[in-house]
Design a protein around this ligand. Structure first.
Ligand code: PLP
Length: 423
């Protein structure tokens, strides 16, 4: 689309760049989903049943893990991962300063203390070169979040972990099928968590998966997963709580939905890649946009296509977040399905600033804990990223094709080429 002086943005009554009804909802549902979900519904097993068991086996095979346990959320799988790695009361766990809240609150779930690391601007991921400085004698583990679907540099993370005898939990909740040095995420750290929430690349409504290749970690995770009652995954239940446990099991209907979607996952990943490329090509030359990139050895799954506005060039460094909100509102008016994801960086969230998880200041006030500092001046890159970003998911997902990506790009271009209309 070329710029003409007559171009009027939709916020001022001009025509929409992306007509209503263009973007189809995620995920596509077909007869495979209907058949499998209905078969589960008509069966006699609705709690953890044959579909849940098969989902574990099929997902482990798809991802290349020895073991998998299906859960009712990705957050449950993260909590299980930390406990499998022996994280306990007062221990410190290193995590990125910008992610979904539960990448860090899963640490609080077991009375452990998150220690945040600032981002690397180009990748939007935890700066792997800043991990070592965050390690203390209390550090037990690292949560490596493959944010937006771009893998963390696991070579660097695993090297630091090895030097300091730390365990690594991969938060792969957004990163199904993403690869680092040719290996799928979730197979590189000691264990990993995936989410099957509706927004994720594999949807079962809600749900998740804990994966590992280590039998010892599997046993510890399984114990937490089901009331603390499992001694080993091979033994039958005797309804005794051997340890503190939760109820994180998945149900059969959800697992049937997940299994049906899993048969289509490779196709979905190809569609995402094609659409992300079409969007990137169509966004070339749009003023004041910073496009997301991969880096050598890392293969993105394009779960979330995250753009940054160059607020310095736009003259809005001082009010970046507020001006970004106006740009996004103008794009939404054009029919572009883009949004603002995390407006708050993790350490700025109230639970961390107040240092109060379980009341009475727990776990930070616990006698096992060492004082930690959440002064926000430590995370300038995360804050800048948060203020400058916008991201999109559904327009790039199946059943949408490259033509939807190109219309989306046209809407973004229209706003950025007429930015003087956004005030
Ligand atoms: C979605 C998500 C989670 C949590 O998954 P749920 O299934 O919603 O519990 C954790 N971490 C990241 C990075 C996520 O995107």
């Amino acid at each position: 689309m070329s710029k003409t002086s007559a171009t009027k943005l939709a916020i001022h009554g001009g025509p929409k760049a992306v007509p209503d009804g263009t973007v189809k909802a995620w995920p596509p549902i077909d007869d495979v989903d209907r058949r499998m979900v209905l078969a589960s519904l008509e069966s006699a097993t609705h709690a953890f049943g044959p579909n849940a068991k098969a989902f574990q086996e099929e997902f482990a095979a798809w991802n290349g893990n020895k073991y998998a346990i299906t859960t009712n959320s990705g957050t449950a799988a993260l909590h299980m991962g930390l406990v499998a790695c022996d994280v306990g009361c007062g221990d410190e766990v290193i995590v990125t300063s910008y992610s979904w809240s539960s990448s860090a609150t899963c640490i609080l779930h077991h009375n452990a203390i998150p220690v945040f690391v600032d981002l690397k601007w180009d990748t939007m991921l935890m700066d792997e070169d800043k991990i070592e400085a965050a390690i203390t004698p209390r550090t037990k583990a690292i949560v490596a979040v493959h944010l937006h679907g771009l893998p963390v540099n696991m070579e660097k993370v695993m090297a630091v972990a090895k030097r300091h005898s730390l365990k690594v939990v991969e938060d792969a909740c957004q990163a199904h099928g993403a690869k680092f040095q040719g290996r799928k995420v979730g197979t590189i750290g000691h264990c990993a968590a995936f989410s099957f929430n509706q927004n994720k690349c594999l949807c079962s409504g809600e749900g998740g998966m804990f994966v590992t290749n280590d039998e010892d970690l599997l046993k510890k995770a399984a114990q937490l997963w089901s009331f603390g009652e499992t001694r080993t995954p091979l033994e039958s239940r005797d309804y005794h709580a051997y340890a503190l446990g939760w109820m994180y099991r998945n149900n059969d209907l959800t697992a049937a939905f997940g299994r049906a979607q899993l048969t289509k996952l490779d196709g979905y990943m190809t569609t995402l890649k094609t659409n992300a490329q079409a969007l990137a090509d169509a966004l070339k030359g749009v003023p004041h946009l910073i496009l997301p990139t991969e880096y050598a050895g890392a293969e993105h799954n394009w779960y979330n296509y995250t753009l940054r506005f160059d607020m310095k060039a736009l003259g809005h460094e001082h009010d970046a977040g507020a001006f970004r909100d106006k740009l996004v509102a103008a794009m939404k008016a054009e029919g572009v399905q883009t949004g603002v994801w995390q407006k708050f960086i993790l350490p700025a969230m109230t639970v961390f600033q107040a240092k109060n998880g379980y009341g009475q200041g727990c776990p930070w006030s616990c006698s096992h804990a060492r004082p930690v500092n959440y002064d926000l001046k430590q995370y300038p890159v995360a804050q800048k990223h948060s203020d400058w970003h916008t991201g999109m998911t559904v327009p790039l997902r199946a059943p949408n094709g490259p033509e939807v990506a190109r219309l989306t790009a046209a809407g973004i271009r229209k706003v950025m080429e007429n930015v003087e209309q956004v005030k």
